[in-house]
Write a protein that binds this ligand. Sequence first.
Ligand code: UDX
Length: 449
Amino acid sequence: MKVVNIGTGYVGLNTAAALAWIGHDVACVDIDESKINSLKNGVVPIREEGLDDLIKNTKIKFTTDLAEVINDAEVIFIAVGTPSLPNGHANLDYVHNAANSIGNLINPTHDVTIIVKSTVPIGVNSSIEDSIRNQVKLNNLDDSLLHFASNPEFLREGCALSDTLYPDRIVIGTNDNTAFEMMSKLYAPLVDQTFTIPDSVQPPKDRPKTYILHTNQASAEMIKYSSNVFLALKISYINEISSLCERLGADVDDVAKGMGLDHRIAPYFLNSGLGWGGSCFPKDTLALLQIAKDMQCDTPIIQAAWYVNEAQIDKVINKLKYEFYELHDLNVTLFGLTFKPNTDDVRNSPAVSLARQLIELGVHVTFTDPVGLPNARKVYADEPFEFEDDPIKASLDSDCIILTTEWKQFKSLDYKAVASNMRHKFMIDARHCLDPKYINDVGIKYIKL
Ligand code: UDX
């Protein structure tokens, strides 16, 4: 099918690459000329397992000119960002701009389904449909060949292509049968797994068959928010249990393992530590809280998930105060800047929130990260952070190492060399990923968050 995808961020680019790989004819549109130019030259602006490979081996057209591609399209995705506004609401400017461009430029001569993939508050799909239809009618064109659907994405950064090519579920929110049929056709190669498996993106073992769930638009929008917020609160729950475990002599990692063996609970998203960050969980939790407030609906559980997540940073600072009492002029090295491993995304990382609070207390903060530093040097150029690529050098004169992202490079590091560089040999493992015995044996006092 002929697909146009608007937006070349994590969601848009991975979706476009996966759809092109399974055989569709895909054009990607973005207003950012430099991004489009680099993609045309084969330079992929984000780091994602297999993405370079799929883009190189498919024929995606990259353009800033929607007019050039829109009227061939059978399917148009809106996959632009919806970042948080200062009041917590999702900023819908990019979504509305994309919808306005579609409304102004489209001249429907065949069935076209317009799909919102961006995460948008409940009701926005329906208002986008109204605004595009109104614009088309204002242009004296017939809107009867236009169809609309909400199709939220569930991809995780770091395994975005695997999540897209081998999804657990595809949610299609529409009351329009043609839209549902067109989307079923679009996704059929994924559901039936009839495409060639790319070497760079192998399917997970024992994966169940993809489930297509057909709902109305509002339910599809709600599934996205409630899934993300559920995962966030699952993490906050284990972090709260962790505080109790610490006081009661229980080991939270054993407790999480014991809980996760119950198939109703499952072991995922029970890793206790510094808490959740990234471009989805904080934004979607805040947005759902705002949506609930607008509806005058109490959501104490969601509020608590947010509160517990913020408190994880205080827990680290309290542990430092317990060890040092006075934090002023302390050298602290943070092992990890990205919000999780296997991504170069440095936005909304709990490690950065921690660093900012440490700096307010007079601490000197050095970051080391195997992948995130080139981005961080740009994004955090105005902040008083030091950056050092080599973790052993980053430990020089350090009073404390805090492991903030569980990169495999940190798990296999020579901590003897790290220890010999440190001024005060103390470590807080805020991701519970190191062997305490090994760290203690090299002479570093080890505690976990
Ligand atoms: C998330 C959702 O998983 C995905 O479905 C959605 O579409 C986008 O948001 P992502 O933001 O890429 O994906 O990261 P994810 O792997 O879910 O982790 C989010 C945060 O939770 C990270 O900061 C991670 O470190 C933290 N986390 C995750 C924990 O603290 N403990 C866990 O057990 C799991």
